[in-house]
Design a protein around this ligand. Structure first.
Ligand code: KIV
Ligand code: ZN
Length: 387
């Protein structure tokens, strides 16, 4: 990468996202989503975990064959058969990547019952094996944020020496906080020999609601790959949401001067497609892609946006591919919004007529959570025939 401020976007909706209980997607849905991610400008698509099932293997292989622009990556545990199976699936891609990982924290080392030296040897063996198959190898220290710093430096150095080209530092259980996330990346860049020859990645989970902040803090400290998912889909409280980090970097470019190559106008389409395929509804107040993210109901806000949209909007809906009305009619709405809404529906009315409709609209809004366009049309028609 020539631009030092370029941040790679690594999307793992089809791997970590699909690991959410109940989010399984069909083969066709996965191909469809991968095609959309490829067109959107995602740098790396983690398409699945090839050894996990025949279905995952088939999806990763097919996505690898079809991808035009993105690097296609598959996940593999630190085991030779996993890595071989992963390579079999991704090798069809124009730009394949093997992503291998192992849990390095004390809690995770206890699971395979490996001591520090045995785990270091395993990392040496598996990263070397992956690199003999593929030029593009990512290595992840699962639960890195709860791993002793000295040991983390040691194993990262081994992975780099054995040929890993990307080093991922996951906050697997969403435990870290922004300052700590930045300090960890800074510490590794300073202490590990060869750190300047690889790309450091940040992979955050959202258990404490800090995944976006932690990812951005890591970037400010020198990480140049953000791992994320559409709608923040992922196990437990999910992963860093792609739409949040990408729009944060775009909107606050003044203080975070990093660039991605994401076509942000494709965000809304992908959000809807992933929600539909996974069956996971997007919460209405979800940042960037929630149904209410650009909707204004209160009279003061509506009056403000009707006069100057920037009073209550920090990004343009069109920038994320949203072209729907931004005014929601409810009991907090004012006369100016009602007039504008009715005009949009084709009704231009004088002050007296508007006053009558407004009184009836308020009465209806008190009974109903939201007043829809059809309700307004019925109300206008009823008012005009009865007055
Ligand atoms: O959260 C995590 O640690 C992971 C690894 C497999 C990279 O998803
Ligand atoms: Zn993860």
């Amino acid at each position: 990468m020539t631009d030092p401020n370029r941040v790679l976007i690594f999307d793992t909706t089809l791997r970590d996202g699909e690991q959410s209980p109940g989010a399984t997607m069909s083969h066709t849905e996965k191909l469809d989503i991968a095609e959309m991610l490829d067109e959107m400008g995602v740098d790396v698509i983690e398409a699945g975990f090839p050894i996990a099932s025949e279905g995952d293997f088939a999806a990763v292989s097919e996505i690898a064959k079809r991808a035009k622009n993105s690097v296609i990556c598959g996940l593999a545990r630190a085991q030779i058969p996993d890595i071989d199976r992963c390579w079999e699936a991704v090798r069809h891609a124009k730009q394949p990547r093997i992503h291998t990982f192992i849990g390095t924290s004390p809690l995770h080392r206890a699971i395979p019952n490996l001591d520090m030296d045995q785990m270091a040897a395993r990392i040496h063996e598996t990263v070397t094996h992956a690199r003999n198959l593929c030029d593009n190898v990512q290595w992840s220290a699962m639960d890195a944020t709860r791993t002793e710093h000295d040991y983390l430096c040691r194993v990262v150095e081994i992975a780099i020496k054995c040929g890993a080209t990307t080093i991922n530092i996951p906050d697997t259980v969403g435990y870290t906080a922004p300052r700590e996330s930045a300090e960890l990346i800074r510490m590794l860049l300073e202490r590990v020999p060869g750190a300047d020859t690889v790309i450091f990645a940040t992979h955050c989970h959202n258990d404490l609601g800090m995944a976006t902040a932690n990812s951005l803090a890591a970037v400010e400290a020198g990480a140049r790959q953000i791992e994320c998912t559409i709608n923040g889909l992922g196990e437990r409280a999910g992963n860093t949401a792609l739409e949040e980090v990408v729009m944060a970097l775009k909107v606050r470019h003044d203080i975070m001067p990093y660039t991605t190559r994401i076509d942000t106008t494709k965000i809304m389409g992908l959000s809807r497609r992933v929600s539909q395929a996974s069956g996971f509804l997007v919460q209405p107040n979800k940042a960037v892609v929630g149904k209410n993210a650009f909707l204004h109901e209160s009279g003061i806000h509506q009056d403000g946006v009707l006069k100057n949209v920037e009073t209550f909007e920090i990004m343009k809906p069109a920038d994320i591919g949203l072209h729907e009305a931004n005014i929601a009619m409810g009991k907090h709405s004012g006369r100016a919004a009602l007039r504008a809404k009715l005009k949009e529906l084709g009704y231009e009315m004088g002050d007296n007529q508007l006053r009558d409709v407004f009184v009836r609209f308020k009465a209806l809004a008190d009974r109903k959570k939201e007043v829809y366009d059809d309700d307004l049309v019925a109300l206008v028609q009823d008012t005009t025939t009865n007055t």
